[in-house]
Design a protein around this ligand. Sequence first.
Ligand code: NG6
Ligand code: CA
Length: 519
Amino acid sequence: MKKLKLFSVIFLIFITACKGKKEEDKIVDAEQATTKPNIVVIYLDDLGYGDLSAYGATELQTPNIDNLASGGMKFTNGYASSATCTPSRYALLTGTYPWRNKNAKILPGTAPLLISTEQQTLPKMLKDEGYQTAIVGKWHLGLGSGNVNWNEHVSPGPNEVGFDESYILAATQDRVPTVYIENGNVVGLDLNDPIEINYEENFEGEPTALTNPEMLTMKWHHGHNNSIVNGIPRIGFMKGGDAAKWSDVDMADNFLVKAQNYVKSHKDKPFFLYYALQQPHVPRTPHPRFVGKSGMGPRGDVILEADWCIGEFMKTLKEEGILENTLVVFSSDNGPVLNDGYYDDSDTKVGDHDPKGGLRGGKYSLFEAGTRVPFITYWKGIIKPGVSDAMVCQMDLLASMASLLHIDGATSDSQDVLDALLGISEKGRDNLVIEAGSRTALRSGDWAYIPPYNGNPVNTEVNIELGNSKTPLLYNLKDDIGQQINLATSNPEKLDEMTKLYKSIRGVGPEKIEALELK
Ligand code: NG6
Ligand code: CA
């Protein structure tokens, strides 16, 4: 079945490629289109399952991302590996469960590179296959080997784990250093004004949100009261580097132009582009032309901004003539949060919009809204538009892209779900261990199992249910997508089955996994 479909796909592309070209070029084009398409991962930061009109949002319209969903495969069971950023990105790039690496937690801006330069990664694998590789956008996987001097070449980083080119924001938009780093070098740095970063203590005489609240244009709610950059208080202390500091409101446009330029200058050979947008993570800083556009405050506005960026990016693929030769994967690193540390009206103005899309929990949570995220694959002319309920995880991209390229890329955790991603099959993975902080839980078939944890049931700062309960939680998502009815007591057989499966994958009994604090 699959072979037949692939054959017809090749034939289709062959015919298309034949139009108006020399005989010998045709075969090369047709072959390249199917065997080595460009691969683009468009990755948002904290976008929830219900944040797109394609996923049921009615109060927000996201026409450009909706075009990907309606022209491609929209997954209803698409997962980030984790409910926070760093571990999800780790899994996406390495194809390995993040809980196998104890350091794969939300990282400060000074953290060393989390991925070993020896490790297999998606970009490395593609590079070995002759792909050109690049990241534009948020990194948040650590840089250097400790005690980074930001005024010198910063290494190892993305360029040492498989990316030929990198243009990144090091950690998060709310963490210092608030500068772009291109291929290991801070962009626009004036060495007469060197950058110093410290996450423990401030530099003498430097203003902070606590000492100089009059300098703030955005107020902090929890955390985020250290150095002030562009009127926004951040996490961590920074001194110097004034000329290099980014403009928050221009960040989206800046990343977009970098991504577009990359496509334009690399379109003649296969490329892998990881376009990691910063929206709608805090601080939400829409460009003035998007301010007020959603009527929902900055969070809604930056989602519209991101949607616009993606539309412009897709236009570039089309204008450059490579839309039919590019597989686009769209997703988000974790679920939604409204107030993540700043007063920005995102919670007060949300109105009837449900970023969770009917799921329970949110960012940081073991409930579904923590890890189940929008997940779309789009490949014009190849992926037949549709909706898939197959369970797929971003961690599976490594094995699936290996399968697409007919190479051996298997890791123990990354599964080949290529057929599901291409819409050829409804079969995804059977199960997945999801993660939030230092806690893990199991998804298997229609079921969700959360082992007992001691932590607070709710993180009151962000107003999110974390999935901590002194007794096990068991839900049948087919009947109860909102995880309201705990079946742990009424269905002991299923509980036993899920507990055993969880232990066998996780390798540690749930009773031994300490519930750790959120951050
Ligand atoms: C938390 C921050 C939050 C956000 C998160 C990382 C505080 C109180 N909260 O520690 O604002 O930055 O880390 O988000 O500092 S993530 O999407 O990159 O995982
Ligand atoms: Ca995130």
